[in-house]
Design a protein around this ligand. Structure first.
Ligand code: NDP
Length: 376
């Protein structure tokens, strides 16, 4: 999606007026929930580049990635992304701020920011290599930011950006779907009751697709309420048989991973461009355990083998999906939200004082939508 060019160019005057300290939840080492530390003395970020926007965070939300990153997941690859020339000390990522979603208000803009002015209410997903949103302020480039849907509160808005950017990247870039091509396509979503699933069901229904979902029995009401056409309880003994009796699918979005691909590939329409997209890839785990080069090579080798094997045997595409920062994509989602076609699914809310409890909630699993932290 491209942005309209009719925004008025705005040059902000004082990029450093908010420099100083801010409150945040940080970690100083990787580990379990005990490593989370509240501080009021973290150096606040400031606008350092012409395209940057500084946002006062009103609400953040947690994703499974935050729990994984707290434990060191992806540390090697993310360190390389933060410091490509490896000039920093090996533990310079600390203190590390987690939190990937933000809904808040713009307080400062770089000299070449054209889409936002201070006072704008915005939402964004913070890339995992940047300081996160469990803090008073975040700084992002304007291309990562979007105007918040007017119909949502900050708490509701914070539940959407990261899952939206990930789902769009997986469904559009890897799955080959878009609003003009999804109509009547048959899509299976595994893990339909979590953050990605509850968003993806609504997006695909807004695009006119036919959506089948796997989830636990007690989530059926939730996913049907969001528009799912068919629901299969994955805990039922005959779950796979139920899926096998259905008409085959054009796209599978796998939010569960593990053994799923062993039985799911056969549910795709053969020799018709059907695609299996999993969000649970071994890339970061491989680079963590084997180092950057060996790990990336191993992951690439695995992906290549699976892709070749599936295209040769049944003519279906095997792909990995990844979160991709994309403010203009959020502009499009904002329109669907304000049109009432996508609803926020906030399962739990925590005040900023209870960030460890919010992590605990996430670690217990069985998400039914998103867990949000009210920061301001
Ligand atoms: P959530 O934790 O929000 O949701 C997971 C959901 O799956 C829960 O509702 C859970 O409920 C359900 N579930 C668990 N096991 C199964 C099963 N076997 N079959 C069907 N449903 C199941 O996760 P997200 O939606 O945020 O993310 C989904 C996955 O995608 C995660 O693994 C995450 O790490 C990954 N991800 C990857 C990204 C990338 O860039 N590659 C980006 C974002 C997410 P219950 O257990 O009660 O059934």
């Amino acid at each position: 999606a491209s942005r309209s060019v009719c925004f008025k160019r705005h040059v902000c005057s004082s990029p450093s007026r908010l420099q100083g300290c801010m409150s945040a939840w940080v970690i100083d080492q990787y580990g379990t929930n005990e490593v989370l530390r509240y501080t009021e003395d973290l150096t606040a970020p400031s606008v350092n580049a012409a395209s940057e926007v500084m946002i006062k965070v009103h609400s953040a939300s947690l994703n499974p990635l935050d729990v994984s990153m707290r434990g060191g997941y992806g540390a090697k690859l993310l360190r390389l992304r933060r410091d490509p020339m490896s000039v920093m000390d090996s533990d310079r990522e600390f203190p590390l701020v987690l939190g990937r979603d933000v809904s808040g208000v713009v307080v400062d803009c770089g000299s070449e920011v054209t889409h936002f002015v201070p006072g704008d209410e915005v939402w964004a997903a913070v890339p995992p290599w940047k300081p996160g949103s469990l803090s008073e302020y975040v700084v992002l480039t304007e291309y990562e930011v979007s105007l918040k849907p007017k119909s949502l509160s900050h708490t509701e808005a914070a539940s959407i950006p990261y899952v939206a950017n990930t789902a769009l990247s997986a469904l559009v870039n890897a799955g080959g779907l878009c609003k003009d091509s999804a109509s009547n396509k048959r899509v299976l979503i595994t893990g339909g009751s979590g953050g990605i699933g509850t968003f993806s069901i609504q997006l695909l229904k807004a695009w006119g697709a036919h959506v089948t979902v796997t989830c636990s029995q007690n989530a059926e009401g939730l996913v049907r309420g969001l528009g799912a056409d068919e629901v299969v309880d994955y805990t039922a003994e005959d779950a796979t048989e139920q899926l096998e009796t259905m008409e085959k699918f054009d796209v599978i979005l796998d939010n569960v991973g593990g053994e799923t691909e062993e039985w799911a590939m056969g549910l795709l329409k053969p020799w018709s461009g059907a695609k299996y997209v999993t969000l649970v890839s071994p890339l970061l785990l491989s680079t963590d355990s084997m180092g950057l080069l060996d790990g990336a090579f191993r992951a690439g080798f695995t992906l290549h083998n699976k892709a070749v094997q599936n295209i040769i045997s049944s003519g279906v595409f095997y792909r990995w999906g990844f979160y991709t920062p994309d403010g203009p994509a959020l502009d499009e989602i904002s329109k669907l939200v304000d049109a009432g076609k996508i609803l926020p699914v906030v399962e739990a809310q925590f005040p900023f004082t209870q960030v460890p409890q919010a992590f605990q909630k996430l670690e217990e699993g069985h998400a039914r939508g998103k867990t949000v932290v009210r920061v301001a």
